[in-house]
Design a protein around this ligand. Structure first.
Ligand SMILES: Nc1ncnc2c1ncn2[C@@H]1O[C@H](COP(=O)(O)OP(=O)(O)OP(=O)(O)O)[C@@H](O)[C@H]1O
Ligand SMILES: [Mg+2]
Length: 270
């Protein structure tokens, strides 16, 4: 397998809309179809991919930045065919590294370029700097929301900041915890119309919707992805569809390599 990796952030305005569950299960689903995936836990301070997956990674990006530990040592295998990269230190801390340290870090990311197909980035909620850094560095942004009005207005706020302050125009949308397809489409249309009216040039694409499914909560309690725990549950089927969609997304080509591009933007801000 070869090809250029794609970096996708999974983000939201409102917290608790299902980013971590979608990220972990999307990683799982992509891995099931033979893709090489790394899931970066970028919900700094509130890291919980490890909790959802029932893992206790020994090291995280802090050890890479400050203790010179190798990337391979930090990448943690999961029993689900993908790896996780735990991040416990803030993006702002990365930015305060010396230029030498940043370049060294960038070098170490070279190794990832030919070894993965997708780098998924599970961000925190909201529009603080840490979240923004990761979203701006990613090549695709998957904005999660639910059918609750507050989640809709918060998703709009995230899109607005990224468009107006940073010129980001394209967003993929996933509606989670929807009663049915109709209510998912309704909320997508409302977001679409708001962006169409007030944010010139923004384009939104509905990447998928995941129904409200009791199997999700059960899998969180069991600390195993629902794609593995209940592979035939409606949520797992929906994430499988999402994974298929993701595989149709065009991968931009950067001269530096896409992974390096991501880290470069994260570290140097451009
Ligand atoms: N499709 C679903 N059906 C039912 N429950 C769900 C679904 N998706 C998520 N949940 C529930 O919502 C809770 C929050 O999900 P999750 O932790 O993935 O959200 P998050 O957006 O990552 O939150 P945070 O903003 O705190 O990082 C989960 O514990 C789970 O029980
Ligand atoms: Mg989360």
């Amino acid at each position: 397998m070869s090809g250029t990796p794609l970096v996708i952030s999974i983000t939201s305005g409102k917290g608790g809309v299902g980013k971590t569950n979608i990220s972990a299960n999307l990683a799982c689903s992509l891995a099931k179809s033979g893709k090489r995936v790394i899931l970066l836990d970028a919900d700094l301070g509130l890291a919980n991919i490890d909790v959802v997956l029932g893992l206790t990674p020994e090291y995280n990006l802090f050890h890479l930045f400050h203790e010179g530990m190798s990337l391979d040592k930090i990448l943690t295998d999961t029993p689900y065919g993908f790896k996780i990269l735990p991040a416990s230190s803030g993006a702002s801390e990365m930015i305060s590294l010396s230029t030498g340290q940043k370049l060294e870090l960038l070098e170490s990311m070279d190794a990832m370029e030919n070894r993965i197909d997708y780098l998924l980035v599970d961000t925190g909620a909201g529009i603080n700097d840490n979240v923004l850094y990761f979203n701006l560095a990613a090549q695709e942004r998957l904005v999660a929301l639910t059918t609750e009005p507050t989640s809709l207005t918060d998703a709009y706020a995230v899109i607005k900041v990224m468009k107006q302050n940073h010129g980001v125009q394209h967003f993929k949308i996933v509606v989670n915890m929807a009663q049915d397809k109709k209510s998912a489409l309704d909320v997508f249309k409302r977001l679409y119309n708001a962006c169409d009216h007030f944010l010139d040039g923004v384009s939104l694409e509905l990447a998928g919707f995941v129904p409200r499914d009791p199997a999700v909560r059960k899998s969180v309690i069991a600390q195993r992805p629902f794609c593995v725990e209940s592979p035939n549950c409606p949520a797992a089927k929906a994430v499988e569809e999402l994974a298929k969609k993701v595989q149709t997304w065009e991968v931009p080509v950067n001269l530096d390599g896409n992974i390096k591009f991501f880290w470069k933007k994260l570290l140097f801000g451009n």
